[in-house]
Design a protein around this ligand. Structure first.
Ligand code: DAH
Length: 342
């Protein structure tokens, strides 16, 4: 038995000096020191010996175990050190590809507008995507039977509000936040409200059921159309370059009076006319106007004292124009091939 222990010791030490790397050490540990290793095997064999011998050899076996464990630990420490000291970088090896995330182009445009408008003193607000019929339509002058509701069919929620009425819907526009902001902050007020909107659309390259808008509003004394025009001009120049021009054409939106459509000179042809602008030289980009007195009243603001301007950009449309994207469905596709380009 004693001889067996001695032989094990010699064998272990010899193999320890030959270990070349951490893997060799690991194998050695398994072979000699683990629960099923050679040392344990010998120790198991002790139970067949008589008591005195068992005690004697048991003691030596335990000492040997401690000795081998210490030697093993020393060796593995040394091994670690030498790995660190001898480490070198082989610059010819191919690198490890660490894929980087990309911001969605909608987020890029949104960030740009948030930067611009916060520098002009606007707060950036967030609002609920699940809205009430009242905020989304009625308070914005789109009463229950208003025909313009037809253009904004949406997803109605089959679940009653706290009053038991079925009036919850997915908001079709960020404009309801005009009312919420007025109720909360009163006048004067400057706010920019980006957010996700929903409509019941048959989707195609230009229509999507889930899209993004950004609403802007400013309320103060003596706000007029010239203020509105200057804000829209600033946005156009910031997003599409300093030569961008703006034209405003009348358009009806129930919550502004007068209302208009803001159009920028086409970023591609600079106004000469091309495929992108359908040979008009202009691109329809923003709905805007002076806030209707009824809407100010619904927000608790006296239209005799204050007036306001409001505008609403489609963020998808802005991103499509800015980055020349030809299918609106790409934004929500989650396709890395699309997103990696930005
Ligand atoms: N909410 C309108 C839409 O979704 C866009 C809009 C038009 C917003 C005029 C405005 C505005 O604030 O003044 O079509």
């Amino acid at each position: 038995m004693k001889n067996k222990l001695d032989a094990l010791r010699t064998e272990f030490l010899q193999q320890l000096t030959q270990a070349k790397d951490e893997e060799d050490l690991r194998q050695l540990e398994i072979k000699f020191l683990s629960r099923k290793g050679k040392l344990s095997e010998i120790m198991h064999g002790l139970k067949n010996l008589d008591l005195k011998l068992r005690q004697e050899i048991g003691k030596s076996a335990n000492q040997l175990k401690i000795e081998l464990q210490n030697k093993f630990q020393e060796a593995s420490k040394l091994m670690k050190k030498s790995i660190v000291n001898n480490e070198y970088v082989d610059v010819t090896l191919p690198g490890i590809n660490r894929p980087q995330g990309h911001l969605n182009p909608i987020t890029l445009v949104q960030n740009e507008l948030e930067d611009l408008f916060s520098s002009l003193g606007f707060m950036i607000l967030d609002g609920p995507e699940l809205e009430s019929d009242y905020f989304n339509f009625t308070a914005l002058n789109l009463g229950p039977d208003h025909p313009a509701r037809d253009m904004q069919d949406t997803f109605y929620i089959d679940y009653p509000n706290r009053q038991g009425e079925y009036d919850l819907l997915m908001r079709t526009q960020t404009s309801p936040m005009q009312i919420r902001a007025m109720n909360k902050y009163g006048a004067p007020l400057r706010a920019l409200i980006p957010g996700r909107c929903f409509r019941n659309e048959a989707t195609d390259a230009r229509h999507e059921h889930t899209f993004y808008q950004v609403e802007g509003m400013l309320i103060d004394k003596n706000i007029n159309f010239a203020h509105l025009k200057s804000f829209l001009e600033i946005v156009g120049k910031r997003l599409f370059g300093s030569n961008t021009k703006l034209r405003m054409r009348p358009k009806f939106f129930p919550f502004v009076e007068p209302g208009n459509n803001g159009e920028y000179t086409c970023f591609l042809c600079g106004g000469k006319g091309c495929r992108v602008c359908k040979y008009t030289g202009w691109l329809e980009t923003v709905g805007a106007g002076l806030i209707h007195p009824d809407v100010l009243r619904a927000g608790g603001i006296d239209p005799e004292i204050y007036s306001g301007l409001a505008f609403g950009f489609g963020l998808n449309r802005l991103a499509m124009l800015k980055y020349n994207i030809n299918d609106v469905r790409l934004f929500n596709s989650g396709d890395p091939k699309f997103l990696e380009q930005f």
